[in-house]
Design a protein around this ligand. Structure first.
Ligand code: SF4
Length: 145
């Protein structure tokens, strides 16, 4: 008999911290600078990455301390995941919250952490660091959620 994977059998609030964290596919899309329209509240992603994002590995250089270094870095939780409408449609948290399954390319399903980069879901090779521009408005992400 095959065990049902935790992301199918547990609600967000039932998951351990480790299980919750493991849902992230490592796409890096939430690590991009965002622009908010002050009139409409609409949030648009840019192609400018947080300075803590390692652009080769698409990993945070200091995940544990990131909130101290970048105070407005988001920390997704079961309680706040719905408030971030700008999360990409591919984000595992957004998918599961809406009742959708994890996609075939997600590493928890396919077993390959590189897959998200190989098929162009992630920001790898498509972004610059915030140290390379003074104006994120010149660098809008082409696929807005
Ligand atoms: S957008 Fe979602 S899946 Fe992608 S890095 Fe952020 S939390 Fe992880």
């Amino acid at each position: 008999m095959t065990a049902i994977p935790f992301w199918k059998s547990k609600s967000f609030s039932e998951m351990s911290h480790q299980e919750w964290e493991s849902l992230c596919d490592g796409c890096g899309l939430c690590c991009l600078h965002k622009l908010e329209d002050i009139n409409t509240g609409q949030v648009r992603l840019t192609s400018v990455a947080c300075r803590l994002l390692h652009l080769d590995t698409i990993r945070c250089r200091n995940y544990r301390e990131r909130k101290k270094i970048i105070p407005d870095c988001i920390a997704l939780s079961p309680k706040n995941v719905r408030s971030y409408q700008w999360l990409p449609d591919s984000c595992a948290y957004k998918l599961l919250d809406s009742g959708a399954p994890l996609p075939d390319w997600h590493y928890l399903v396919c077993g390959d952490r590189e897959r998200v980069h190989q098929i162009g879901i992630s920001v790898k090779g498509r972004v610059i660091s915030e140290d390379e521009t003074s104006d994120p408005e010149d660098h809008l992400w082409p696929e807005q959620p």
